[in-house]
Design a protein around this ligand. Structure first.
Ligand code: MN
Ligand code: MN
Length: 479
C-alpha cells in the first residue's frame, strides 16, 4: 500500500517547508517536491499543516483511581487520541494486583497490560512507563529486565501518603540509584504529602469541603519543595529526572535553577494546567466542579503565563495530557452521604484530555501566539519521542520513520464539546471553549485511521513500541 500526501506544508521541530510525502507500507519512504509515483491513494493537503503524529508522554488508561478502588476509562476509549492527532501514547503501567489483592511485580504488571488490558481495544500505538506503586528490593532487580522489554522509564508518586501509591524518600533515592545504572529515567509526581495533608485536614476541621479546597490546600511551596528535593536526589544518584505536570511559578523556578546548574532534569507541562483556571472548581454545582479536581491543582493566570514562557525558554520541554478518564459516577464518589455535602478529599483526582491535548495546545498556544508551530511539534511530538527512546521511529517526519502523520486544517473553527471532541467520558473539561484548527486526516503506520475528522481505524491495531534506554534526558547528565 502506497500513499502520497501532496501539496502540504510540513512542520517539524526544526523546519517548515512545502513538500510531498510518499508512504510505502508502514514507513515514510520519500520526502520531496512534486513527487510522482504510482500509488494506491493520494491525499491532497493543500492549505494544511502536515506534522508528525503526536506522542503523549503522560497517559493513564485503565488505571486505579486515587480512591484506590475504581479504574478510569479503559483502552476502548483510546481512539480519541487519534482524533486529536496523537498516534503514540506512553501509558503508566502501575503495579497490578492478583486475585488475593497482592501486588504483582512490575515486569508481570507491564506484561499484563500489554498482553491482556490493551488486547482488541488499543487504537494508537503505545509505549510504557513502569509506574511503581510498591517499591521493594525486588523492584530494583527488575529494572534491567524492564529496560530489556523496551520500558526505559519508571514513575513514582511522592504524594498520596497513606495510599499504596506513595513512595517515601528512601524509595525515591534507592530507585533513582538503581535506575541510573541501567539507562532509565525516573518520572515523579512531586507534591510534599505532609504539607498538603496538614492543610487538607485543617480545611476539613474548619468545615471546608467544597471542591475549590483542592486549590487552597495544595500550596505552591509544597510542590516546589518536592520538586527541589527530587532533583537533588536525582543529581546525587546520577539519574535523569522528569518532573510531571509542573503547575506553578515556584516549581518551575526550581527546574530553571537546577538546569542552569547543569542538573539533568526535564520539566513537563500538561494541557489542563496550561489553559484552565482553578476557579472552575468554584462552580456552584459541585458535580461540575469535580471534573476539574486534579493534582497538583489548576492554578492562576500568572502561573499559566509562566509555563508558556518556560516552554519557549526550555525550562519546560514537553506537553503531556495526564489523561485520566474519570467518569461522572466515579467523580460522584466525592459525595459524603452521611453529612450531605461533597468532600473534596474524596473526589478522585484526574481529568480526561488525551484527545484534546493537540487541539487545545494548537488553539491556545499556536493560534494565541504563545508558541510557534515548530515549538508545538517539538513539545507535543518530537521531544516526547526522544525522551522515551522512540525517536526517530516516532516523532519525526523523516525517511525511514513510521508514517504516523497528522494533517491539520488551520481554517477550521468550532467549539470544544464532548459531542464533537469525545473525551472518553460524559464531559469535557474544555467544554464551550473556542477551537481553532482541527486534524482532518491522521495516518498510523501508513494506514489512514482518521478521515474527515472521523475515526475509521480498527480498535486493537495499536502496537507496543519498545523504547530504548539512555534517551534524551541522559544527554543532560554531565559526563
Ligand atoms: Mn500526577
Ligand atoms: Mn498523571
Amino acid at each position: 500500500m502506497k500513499t502520497l500526501i501532496k501539496n502540504g506544508t510540513i512542520v517539524t521541530a526544526t523546519d517548515e517547508f512545502q513538500a510531498d510525502i510518499l508512504v510505502d507500507g508502514e514507513k515514510i519512504s520519500a520526502i520531496g517536491l512534486n513527487l510522482s509515483e504510482n500509488v494506491d491513494r493520494v491525499i491532497d493537503a493543500a492549505g494544511k499543516y502536515v506534522m508528525p503524529g503526536g506522542v503523549d508522554s503522560h497517559c493513564h488508561f485503565e488505571a486505579l483511581n486515587t480512591d484506590g478502588v475504581t479504574y478510569n476509562g479503559d483502552f476502548n476509549t483510546s481512539y480519541v487520541c487519534l482524533l486529536g492527532g496523537t498516534t503514540t501514547i506512553v501509558d503508566m503501567a502501575f503495579n497490578e494486583h492478583d486475585e488475593d489483592g497482592n501486588f504483582l511485580n512490575l515486569v508481570d504488571s507491564c506484561n499484563y497490560r500489554l498482553n491482556t488490558r490493551i488486547k482488541g481495544k488499543l487504537a494508537p500505538d503505545i509505549a510504557l512507563h513502569a509506574c511503581c506503586t510498591n517499591y521493594t528490593e525486588e523492584t530494583k532487580s527488575e529494572l534491567p529486565k524492564l529496560v530489556e522489554m523496551g520500558i526505559p522509564s519508571l514513575k513514582l508518586f511522592l504524594c498520596f501518603k497513606g495510599t499504596e501509591m506513595y513512595a517515601d524518600d528512601m524509595a525515591l533515592l534507592n530507585c533513582l540509584e538503581a535506575a541510573g545504572k541501567c539507562g532509565m529515567f525516573v518520572l515523579v509526581h512531586a507534591e510534599n504529602s505532609d504539607v498538603l495533608d496538614k492543610y487538607r485536614n485543617e480545611a476539613a476541621a474548619a468545615g471546608h469541603f467544597e471542591p475549590k479546597y483542592q486549590y487552597y490546600t495544595r500550596p505552591e511551596f509544597g510542590e516546589a519543595e518536592c520538586v527541589s528535593r527530587a532533583i537533588r536526589f536525582a543529581d546525587q544518584a546520577r539519574c535523569p529526572i522528569n518532573i510531571c505536570h509542573v503547575s506553578c511559578i515556584e516549581a518551575g523556578e526550581e527546574i530553571r535553577k537546577a538546569k542552569e546548574e547543569g542538573k539533568a532534569v526535564i520539566g513537563e507541562a500538561c494541557t489542563a494546567w496550561l489553559t484552565l483556571d482553578w476557579h472552575l472548581m468554584d462552580n456552584p454545582d459541585w458535580r461540575v466542579a469535580s471534573h476539574f479536581v486534579c493534582s497538583p491543582p489548576l492554578r492562576d493566570q500568572e502561573d499559566r503565563d509562566y509555563l508558556w514562557n518556560a516552554l519557549n525558554k526550555g525550562t519546560i520541554s514537553l506537553i503531556g495530557s495526564d489523561n485520566s478518564m474519570t467518569n461522572q459516577e466515579q467523580k460522584d464518589t466525592g459525595w459524603d452521604e452521611e453529612n450531605k455535602h461533597c468532600d473534596f478529599r474524596k473526589i478522585p483526582n484526574g481529568c480526561p484530555g488525551a484527545g484534546d491535548r493537540m487541539h487545545v495546545i494548537w488553539t491556545y498556544g499556536v493560534e494565541a501566539g504563545r508558541i510557534n508551530r515548530k515549538k508545538y511539534v517539538e513539545a507535543c511530538c518530537t521531544t516526547p519521542a526522544k525522551l522515551n527512546g522512540l525517536y526517530p521511529r516516532k516523532g519525526a517526519i523523516a525517511v525511514g520513520s513510521d508514517a504516523d502523520i497528522a494533517i491539520l486544517d488551520p481554517e477550521y473553527r468550532g467549539t470544544f464539546s464532548v459531542e464533537t471532541n469525545p473525551s472518553g467520558v460524559e464531559y469535557s473539561i474544555f467544554e464551550g471553549m473556542e477551537q481553532k484548527g482541527r486534524f482532518e486526516t491522521v495516518l498510523l503506520r501508513g494506514k489512514v485511521v482518521v478521515e474527515n475528522a472521523k475515526y475509521v481505524g480498527t480498535p486493537g491495531e495499536g502496537q507496543f513500541i519498545p523504547g530504548k534506554p539512555y534517551g534524551l534526558a541522559y544527554d543532560l547528565l554531565e559526563k
